[in-house]
Design a protein around this ligand. Structure first.
Ligand code: ZN
Ligand code: ZN
Ligand code: ZN
Ligand code: ZN
Length: 282
């Protein structure tokens, strides 16, 4: 057996393993290596990474009572002297082991099936997913259960439902043929706007919404305009578009734009309306 190091500093620097024979050290390192390889098969109940008091994910600093019950720092500030779990007066101390565990565990974003490859520490998962660009939007057709990122949703709209998808440049008025049912406008930066037209007794009712995975308030203003000389008629409407991931289908609370019956073209399922559209980012 090799002699133990003389100074405490050396003990910390080299670890106790250095006292062992090289063969013993190799065996231990080999075993540690095997354990790390097996880690790919480890499963874990992620609930243990939540504070047992407020149920929010634990993040440093984490505290423990004298018995070892853990608590997050904000709950610790509210219950500084009495353990929430064993109800005993206690002196809390930092729990560095759990802090290390919490920092070392990386989890995948829930949108992995929609193309998100991000991995993050457990306590950052919720924050990431609130803004994850791969969060899904949903096909609004009642009999269709498709969901996917806006890019995949656009492919789906075109491929499966054959919806028309004119491109729009922002801040510029376009004459667009709106079809009965849905038409998709594709913004110059990839934003999708769904234009829906239904037939009502007075004419075609058009509504527009912005399709995006996260509700961020309205980021676009939309102007719809209709004019013709024979018969002489002019009408325009401007509104902030409603944002939706279409989870509940096409929203019912969009502003309705009525195209009078006499200005519609075609009949039945092939009814269309020519409407001027201007989309302006806010
Ligand atoms: Zn807490
Ligand atoms: Zn306790
Ligand atoms: Zn993500
Ligand atoms: Zn669909």
């Amino acid at each position: 057996m090799a002699a133990p190091p003389a100074g405490l500093v050396d003990v910390f620097r080299t670890g106790w393993d250095s006292w062992e024979e090289p063969q013993q050290q190799e065996e231990k390192q080999g075993a540690a290596c095997k354990r790390r390889k097996a880690a790919a098969d480890v499963t874990m109940d992620l609930a243990i990474l939540d504070c047992p008091v407020c149920c929010h994910p634990l993040r440093s600093p984490i505290f423990q009572c004298t018995v070892g019950h853990t608590i997050c720092s904000s709950c610790h500030d509210k219950l500084p002297e009495k353990c929430h779990f064993c109800s005993l007066p206690t002196v809390y101390s930092r729990c560095h082991m759990v802090e290390n565990v919490v920092e070392s565990i990386k989890v995948a974003c829930s949108n992995v099936n929609h193309g998100c490859t991000a991995r993050m520490t457990y306590y950052l998962k919720e924050e990431h997913e609130k803004g994850c660009p791969h969060a899904p939007c949903f096909c609004p057709e009642t009999s269709c259960g498709f969901s996917g990122s806006t890019a995949r949703l656009l492919e789906h709209f075109l491929g499966k439902h054959k919806w028309h998808s004119p491109k729009v440049t922002y801040n510029k008025a376009f004459q667009i043929r709106v079809h009965l049912g849905s038409t998709v406008l594709v913004g110059e930066d990839g934003h999708l706007f769904l234009v829906n037209m239904t037939l009502e007794p007075l004419g075609g009712v058009i509504s527009v919404c912005c399709v995006q995975p996260h509700f961020t308030g309205s980021k676009f203003k939309c102007r719809l305009a209709l004019s013709c000389t024979e018969p002489s008629y002019c009408q325009a409407m401007e509104f902030l578009t409603r944002s939706t991931n279409l989870y509940d289908g096409f929203p019912k609370d969009c502003f309705p734009f009525l195209v009078p019956k006499m200005l519609l073209r075609g009949t039945g399922a092939s009814t269309t309306a020519m409407v001027g559209v201007t989309v302006t980012p806010q």
